[in-house]
Write a new protein. Sequence first.
Length: 303
Amino acid sequence: MKTLIIVFSQSGQTRKTAECIRDGLVSMQGECDLVELADVDTSVLADYDLVGLGCPVYYYQEPFHVRDFLEDLPDLTDRHWFVFCSHGSIMGITLHTMSERLEKKGAVVVGHYHIYADVCSPFALYPSYTTGHPDEQELEEARSFGMDLADRTPRIAQGEKNLVPALEPPDEELVKEAAALTPEIIKFIIPPYTINRETCIKCRTCETTCPVNGFDIDADPPRVQDPCIGCSYCVMACPTASLEADWSLMAAHNHEHYPYMKKWLDKAAAQGEFRWRMDPDSLDYDDYMYLQHLRKLKEKKSD
Ligand SMILES: Cc1cc2nc3c(=O)[nH]c(=O)nc-3n(C[C@H](O)[C@H](O)[C@H](O)COP(=O)(O)O)c2cc1C
């Protein structure tokens, strides 16, 4: 079975998961191609018997450019696809909307998979609830998912029914939360960036890190508003912290948001879907990653 996995991954968690799914598929069928979303040529998709698409969860859903990729796919009638994502505490509606978009194109979704993973974002806390995830057990589950796909997809192609484990409907609360987080709102809540031209070394890492070419170092302001997906990796990737922004308003929200996330993780833990690897009461709500990033650079400078 000719299989392709397409992956978008900024901090490597989804890619790690994709590689494990691929290992599972390869152990059963000998081969499986893996390609970055940015490099995918949609004209080759029809050459594959099974295609998978994986991405991180951003704002309870697939990143906006992944959504656009799905919307722009050609007709997929009777093509077999699977979807997967990595995320911190709340997967939200990601697997649901990715599957729905594929089904609208006529695809048959033969699997969906999600995995808990560490978070990297200027307004996030570190370490946090999901630091240390995915662990070896979770990655082994990803390999098993790949093996299951290799087993079930040919059987589905031959007409066997009811082989795909059902995806539980999303929680109504999260459907509402995700619907409110539109690209327009994200643009509004992410603070404006400025470039400190005195410290900027023009390495252009911010530009190359941006998955949607939404950044222009020579422009003022440098963040090209459209089509920013709000990932903020440009900020974390800057080796001189020259992309300056005031994250304190977003970070202030951590005092409410982390207990909210803990609620969902406790629920997942009670269902046997998540295993705590840390003490959730040990978080320092005010020490977010952007501050840590600045501190590290300062320490490096004084060495
Ligand atoms: C801007 C941003 C928004 C995020 N939103 C969510 C979210 O809504 N729910 C969640 O569980 N994790 C969220 N995360 C965490 C990522 O989904 C998680 O770290 C993911 O594993 C990153 O994947 P990658 O390493 O493949 O880039 C967010 C991360 C970023 C940077």
